[in-house]
Design a protein around this ligand. Sequence first.
Ligand code: ADP
Length: 459
Amino acid sequence: MLKKVLIANRGEVALSILRNCRELGIETVAVYSEADREEPVVFLADESICIGPGESRSSYLNENHILQAALQTHCDGIHPGYGFLSENGEFAKKVEEQGLKFIGPSSQVISQMGDKISAKNLMIENKIPTVPGFNEDLQSLQQLSEVAEEIGFPVLLKASAGGGGKGMRRVDSLEDLEWAFKVTKKESRASFGKEEIYVEKFIENPRHIEVQILGDSYGNVIHLFERECSLQKKNQKIMEEAPCRFVSEELLEKMYQAAINAGKACGFEGAGTVEFIVDKEENFYFMEMNTRLQVEHAVTEMITGINIIQEQLKIASGLPIRWKQEDVKKEGHAIEVRINAEDPLQNFMPQCGEISFFFPPGGMETRLESSIYSGLKISPYYDSMIGKIIVKGDTRLSAIKKMRRAIEETIIDGIKTNLGFQYGILHEKDFLRGRIHTGYVEEKGHGILEGMRIFERSE
Ligand code: ADP
């Protein structure tokens, strides 16, 4: 087994990694920014090292400082969590070159799958369905216009290096193409350091369904079923559930197989996710593969009983996967809501400041993954997600009822959160019927916000 792991992340995921290392007898080193001195992981880890000021680029994205910290403390592995350096192939390569294990697949796989054009082309070679489009870097407006007319509007321009729901632009007509082409390229260079963009058909109101996979260093790849992640705001997920009860078993079987093929095609090792979009006719298309832990991995843990972070640590230690595909079973229904420090009634403006009082939810099969506590200050530097509540019920409806109850008892004072908005979704009739798609939040959000306003006025 790995002996000592540096946790190159913060917040709830850093704490989760720490807990799992400890359960496996692995020592931990926490790295933290000056803004995160009061994070629980800093006190709980065996050793903690400050790696720079609050801004991510000087701390959690500071490759040299993180690598130095790992070498100085004699770690044999680095767990990147999600976000930050987790899908940075060049960083993974530097870690490998120092003889340390980057907990995830090889740097070469990360780079190949991190580039959306090369990932898509690998899928096409392996006969996995992809969204119709032009899978090369678009060189000119002329070329884009020809492709767009051929596949038909609306189209989606995408940055090849994009991620986190950013670097995408829908275009509805030929007239808007020139502007969109220039702006998307410019934004892509500014946000991801690369100008490469490609184009694909924009699928109207699809579902986002993804398949969790595990691969080991012996070539075994298994899937841990699907997650329904259609509830998104600006292409960022806000609530996820497993399993997806609204598509046919045949479709799911095809997606599991495609996900395993995708994992085998790239020689995947670790925990990864193959993301698909599904249209109304149940056509499914590969969208991208995330070669890291996902925020929503916990819903899969709840229905399968498999601890994904511990599997990552074991696989990275060279152990084979313990399960054969037929041994992996799903049971019940799990839902996760992301707790974001943002004000739904002020256009979801991110919030910072001190949490003056916090009372966490609890109870059977009600799980909180968060590092917040009464007195902690939320700084402006990082993503607004401050935690997740995950529940499991026998049925989807019982999970929904449990989540409503969990939100009702949660108190977070001092800053605004999106929990009231999430609570509204949990009562909305199309959500209850499973009529959700990636445009759902945009469509229903106004009604839910109106409900919140009425409630606030009457209080
Ligand atoms: P990221 O890497 O930024 O997460 P993805 O490629 O995973 O980007 O896409 C994120 C979301 O964007 C999807 O869940 C879906 O809602 C939307 N999306 C992506 N591609 C398409 C498409 N071709 N048609 C419609 N929606 C899309």
